[in-house]
Design a protein around this ligand. Structure first.
Ligand code: GRF
Length: 199
């Protein structure tokens, strides 16, 4: 099925906010952000991608689109965050998007990066913070699930919600089918939320 092209109304006269995306895995949200950011009127330019996993598939996406990318090991969290802050400063990054980034950032990092950090989460926050959201949602026989974009604060998945998208859970829904449905909505919601922030 052909995906609908998103329409943007934000006019920044060509000036885009230099943004970094943190990833750990497949990078499908990263891909969606890259595609949207190529639109003249989209508010951000993805200038840097950082992965804390050397084999993250998302790094291949970064390579394909010729975007500056780095693997920084997070085994030593302090060192990881120090190196990231250095890279963010060096590249004059003013906005940070977490997209499938599977590490909790410290209070120190969040307070040290003077600009905004946002994240996408595969549940209707404030419900189902943390991991294994689809499993828990199905176990509780919820009627709806979805995804949410929120500001990152020092408490996990708890910052102010920017936008949410609700989806209906089917009778025979599995963790896998729900995961796919939610992820497809994430790819639309994340860019829309970024537009709404800079409107
Ligand atoms: C997404 O569901 C995201 O919300 C969650 O991890 C998944 C990452 O997917 N935090 P991708 O790496 O963007 O494909």
């Amino acid at each position: 099925m052909k995906k609908k092209k998103l329409k943007f109304q934000v006019k920044l006269n060509g000036k885009k906010i230099k943004t970094c995306v943190f990833i750990s895995g497949a990078g499908s949200n990263l891909r969606s952000l890259i595609n949207c950011s190529r639109d003249y009127n989209f508010p951000i330019k993805i200038a840097l991608i950082i992965s804390n996993k050397a084999n993250a598939k998302g790094l291949l996406i970064a390579k394909k689109y010729h975007i500056k990318h780095k693997f920084i090991s997070s085994l030593d969290k302090k060192k990881f965050e120090r190196n990231c802050l250095m890279e963010l400063k060096k590249n004059q990054i003013k906005f940070l998007c977490l997209a499938g980034f599977m590490k909790v950032l410290s209070k120190n990092f969040i307070n040290s990066f003077r600009y905004k950090i946002i994240n996408i989460h595969p549940s209707l926050l404030p419900k189902y913070k943390g991991l294994n959201t689809h499993k828990r949602v199905l176990k509780n026989k919820e009627i709806y699930s979805g995804c949410a974009v929120h500001y990152v604060t020092t408490s996990l998945d708890s910052g102010k919600i920017i936008a949410k998208k609700k989806i209906l859970i089917d009778k025979n829904e599995t963790e896998k089918s729900l995961g796919i449905k939610v992820l497809n909505q994430e790819h639309i919601l994340y860019p829309q939320s970024i537009i709404s922030i800079f409107k």
